[in-house]
Design a protein around this ligand. Sequence first.
Ligand SMILES: *Cc1c(COP(=O)(O)O)cnc(C)c1O
Length: 496
Amino acid sequence: MQDRPPPGDTPPEEFRRQLHELADWIADFREHIEELRVAPQAKPGAIRAQLPSHAPETGEPFEAILKDIDRLIVPGMVHWCHPMFLAYFGWTTTAPGILSEILSAPLSVNAMTWRTCPAATELETAMIGWLRRWVGLPGEFDGVVYDTASVGLLHALAVAREEAAPSTRKLGMTGRDLPRLRIYASDQAHSSVEKAAIALGIGEENVVRVASDDVFRMKAPLLGEAIARDRRQGLRPLAVVATIGTTSTASVDPVPEIAEVCREEKVWLHIDAAYGGGFAMTPECQWLRNGWEMADSIVINPHKTVFVPLDFSVLYLRNLERLRRVFALVPEYLRGDTVEAEKNYMDYGIQLGRRFRALKAWVIWRSLGRRGVVARLREQMRLANLLATWIKSDEQFQLSAPVNMGVVCFRFVGNRRLPSSVPETPARGRAFSQERLDQLNNEIVERINQSGRVYLTQTKLRNRTVIRAGLGNVLTEERHLRRAWELIRETARQLA
Ligand SMILES: *Cc1c(COP(=O)(O)O)cnc(C)c1O
């Protein structure tokens, strides 16, 4: 019989050559990203139509795959890393962030228990501590890294549920004497609250949306009233979700007042600081920390504002053991793998297999240092405020919310012909009805996004359509923002 080599892996010399080729590809992509369209021209289905319906029968060379990335994938992308991408919560890709992702790939471990990779577990614990000290969260908070804030919230509410309705872990929710559980969040809070309620068997209708004030912060007195009303009706208040940096306007709920209500009512307080948490590192935003030491749980997304590439979200709990009690469950085949004295992160959530996410945080945070992170966050705020001054000095536009952190919401209002001494007067829309203005603002965003030159989003505030810009990209400079603002004005002029 002939001695055939096993299928194995790519020969080392060939692999080395491919890696060099890939290194050049990445460096070129990053250097020339500005020359790309921010968003594709593709119609739905156009990309899939160019892909074979069957996977290949035999292997293809890496060169062919890379060529198709250039031909099919890159032109079919919204380039979140493009300096003219001003949508959502900006983005956080940096050169060290790219290096950190590359480094994670060859190590490819499963960080489920301490034994399965001590370095992954211990680095995760260390990074959770670094971030906690950076943002100034008290020492009694300890955390766990998940993919997203939505998943962090789900776990926090599972703990709240177990404490408000003991033995739910064992018995479930049905077939027992259990009143409806209620969760409270402002009308500006993220939809992940409803998603968690759906997944936990609480039901989305049991999420009570509390009205916000004129600058989009939860009205704390209304929260107290809503809880009292529910109690009178025999419902069981479970948790309040307060937000530091809401998704539309980055507004910040009055956490100290909300925490006071939670303490009196003995209700779990979760703080969604997915976006705002990172900004607590900056001298301008120390106030964001007010009252958060009273929370039961806090989620922060370093993949939004602390420059870790997606995904990396930290859930902090006052006394992490509360989380372990709800989720620890050691299967027989892993019994030998769990060293009681060490942390086994699989005990802190529903996931068993876990990526080595801490590695990328370690690489990027060491590369930038605290000062590097803070300098970049301050630049985002500077640019956001600069855009706001341009908007304020143009009477065809109006700020729709105070500028918080890196978020600017504004609206084209047309020729109001109002005296410049009363810029804060609500738009009366002499030239256009409010409905027509809604349409125009929507069209401005759509047309700009189709142009491929800038990418923006729109949102609804008090039922009116507004344009939303999010500053968060390290490549976005003042000249880019100026160009974007010029395009917005020009597009508005054309459409109106
Ligand atoms: C982005 C965001 C979320 C959801 O974050 P994921 O990590 O994508 O789940 C939740 N809350 C707020 C306020 C957000 O901005």
